[in-house]
Design a protein around this ligand. Structure first.
Ligand code: 173
Length: 323
């Protein structure tokens, strides 16, 4: 009897230790990182999400934010979630296409995230994250914010021959298709590259250029806007599976709240475009026909590049996207 009781007690202790975050209603703290500089455009809403989780999740789940690129180089964030160096991350798919080539297609999927959650797109992208990034796809932000190519040389036709453009995987294919030379850098290196004339232009969303002072080294913004920004919240899959239903609910509810913040983007885009104009950044515009051809080309080269690297999943994503 005595031995049996001791054994039972030992087993119970072992079980509770092994399942520490999930078994009991104990508060768990998740470690978070962002691939964008703290308090800038593409980290800010994630930081609001963290504040909300920490308020709603008292005694249930908390997030410890270790910060942005000062804490971790942006192109390493995807792998850090995969390997559980962090539990939760704010990161664009463009920064982990090395681990998941399909991530390069997310920029081509522009319908509202709420629709993607209904029509199977979100579920499929979650599966890809489960399989290839050992992570749970918790949220997608900024579906309604497009990108531009910003320039320091004026061009009068859609030909980038002789131009050197700072890119990430978002812009690489279209810049090369237009004859440009590409240099891939993290956002943190853009200012210096422009200041030193190492590049003649760069890709970036319509919002956010003021955060790191790029307006001081930017002359033109090429029209039209193209693609769709995507910044995801990913949770390491082992972490996710170890959470209780109550803990997951706090995170999932906050994720929907975060996605709904996309309704603020229309006004934000307008004010940033106005601010760019006020600071002297001039638009470079082409004819309606040329603009249309550019958009078609951007879409085509984007999909071709994904489908080449991942034929089956790429084709499925294209069908789901409707683009
Ligand atoms: O230009 C970039 O660094 C980039 O790819 C990106 C993606 C999403 C939001 C902001 C920038």
């Amino acid at each position: 009897m005595k031995t049996a009781a001791l054994l039972a007690a030992t087993l119970a202790l072992a079980a509770s230790t092994a399942m520490a975050p999930s078994a009991v209603a104990q508060e768990v703290t998740l470690k978070a990182v962002s691939s964008f500089t703290e308090k800038t455009q593409f980290s800010r809403n994630f930081e609001r999400f963290i504040e909300k989780v920490n308020a709603d999740g008292k005694g249930v789940v908390q997030i410890n934010y270790i910060g942005g690129p000062r804490a971790m180089p942006p192109f390493e964030v995807g792998n850090a979630v995969r390997t559980k160096v962090v539990d939760i991350a704010n990161v664009t798919g463009a920064f982990y296409t090395n681990l998941m080539p399909e991530a390069d297609s997310f920029k081509l999927i522009s319908k509202p995230t709420s629709e993607q959650r209904k029509d199977g797109t979100f579920a499929f992208i979650n599966e890809l994250h489960n399989q290839k990034l050992n992570s749970f796809y918790l949220a997608r932000q900024f579906h309604n914010v497009p990108f531009h190519i910003y320039m320091n040389k004026k061009i009068d036709k859609l030909d980038f021959t002789g131009l050197k453009i700072r890119v990430t995987p978002v812009y690489k294919d279209i810049v090369e298709a237009l004859g440009g030379t590409t240099v891939t850098t993290a956002p943190g290196e853009v200012y210096t590259a422009l200041e030193r004339g190492v590049v003649d232009g760069y890709g970036w969303p319509v919002t956010g250029i003021f955060d790191l002072g790029w307006e001081k080294v930017t002359k033109f913004r090429m029209e039209p806007a193209f693609y769709s920004v995507e910044v995801n919240v990913l949770v390491n899959l082992d972490t996710w599976k170890g959470l209780s239903d109550a803990q997951r609910k706090v995170l999932s509810d906050a994720a929907l709240w975060l996605e709904a913040l996309d309704s603020e983007n229309g006004a934000l885009i307008k004010s940033e475009r106005d601010r760019q104009a006020a600071t002297g950044i001039q638009p470079i515009e082409f004819s309606a026909a040329d603009a249309k051809a550019f958009l078609a080309k951007a879409n085509d080269v984007g999909w071709a590049s994904v489908i080449k690297r991942s034929p089956e999943n790429g084709a499925k994503l294209r069908t789901l996207s409707g683009n």
